[in-house]
Design a protein around this ligand. Structure first.
Ligand SMILES: [Zn+2]
Length: 276
């Protein structure tokens, strides 16, 4: 009996030991599982932190690039400011500086276009004035005959038709009927329109070219002293006043107060023809 009890006691102790070991084993397995779970959580957290760190690194790189770009802009602005300082111009904020620069560029462009328009207008006006001056100068040089009719006596020595002696002829004679119209051979101003000794009734014109013309032995005088006349204007009629053997127009050209040969000035169409 006693041995049976001891056996049962031993079996119970063994059972308790076995159960204790089993419990310890279960506890260890649970601890390992918890440790593995914890390890997985740490891995996940570590991965997340690594990703956040990469995002932060990218953001830092972008901010660095932007910062460098901003620095370069400021350096450019600083150079512009330095140039302005060297030129003695007042400092203005960057935006105002850019706006002022843009406005100045626009203003310069408008000024350039306006100047170009003015230059074109001036050139056009200059061309017109030059053409007008050429025409005015040409119209101030005597040309053509003073009246319709044949030139019967030229400039130079000849036998005087009344005195019958050799005498220098100071002009050209155009024989024509009474009342034949005499025209100005150039633009000018009337210097004389009255009687002048042996010339009879004369008209003398002063031309802007510096030359003068004289029309003598006239019958009627159609202009007055001081009057402006244009080339081709009717200034007198053919007559026989003064020392004249018949009706004709004695025509003279003066330069520096002296008579010169009118022949070179008679080249163009005679007055009193269809050109008038
Ligand atoms: Zn004459």
């Amino acid at each position: 009996m006693h041995s049976t009890i001891k056996f049962r006691t031993r079996c119970l102790v063994l059972l308790v030991l076995f159960l204790s070991m089993l419990l310890m084993e279960l506890q260890q397995q649970q601890t390992i599982a918890q440790f593995e779970q914890r390890n997985r959580q740490l891995e996940i957290s570590l991965r997340q932190q690594r990703e956040q760190l990469q995002d932060v690194s990218r953001l830092a790189e972008e901010q660095t690039r932007e910062l460098w770009a901003e620095i370069e802009k400021h350096q450019l602005d600083l150079m512009a400011v330095s140039r302005l300082l060297e030129q003695g111009r007042p400092l203005v904020p960057r935006r105002s500086l850019l706006a002022a620069r843009s406005g100045r560029r626009q203003h310069l462009r408008q000024s350039f276009l306006e100047l170009r328009r003015l230059v074109d207008c001036q050139q056009s006006e200059l061309s017109r004035l030059s053409q007008a001056a050429r025409e005015m100068f040409q119209r101030s040089i005597p040309s053509g005959s003073p009246c319709a009719g044949e030139m019967t006596s030229g400039f130079g020595c000849r036998v005087h038709p009344i005195y019958g002696i050799g005498k220098f002829h100071q002009g050209c004679d155009f024989t024509a009927p009474y009342s034949t119209k005499i025209f100005a051979t150039a633009d000018g101003v009337v210097l004389r329109s009255d009687w002048l000794g042996g010339y009879g009734k004369v008209v003398e014109l002063q031309h802007p070219s510096g030359l003068c013309t004289l029309y003598a032995h006239c019958d009627e005088l159609k202009v007055a002293k001081g009057q402006k006349v244009h080339k081709g204007a009717w200034i007198a009629t053919v007559g026989q006043t003064g020392l004249a053997s018949g009706p004709h127009c004695h025509y003279e050209v003066h330069r520096d107060g002296k008579q010169i040969d009118p022949q070179p000035f008679l080249a163009s169409a005679p007055r009193g023809t269809a050109s008038l």
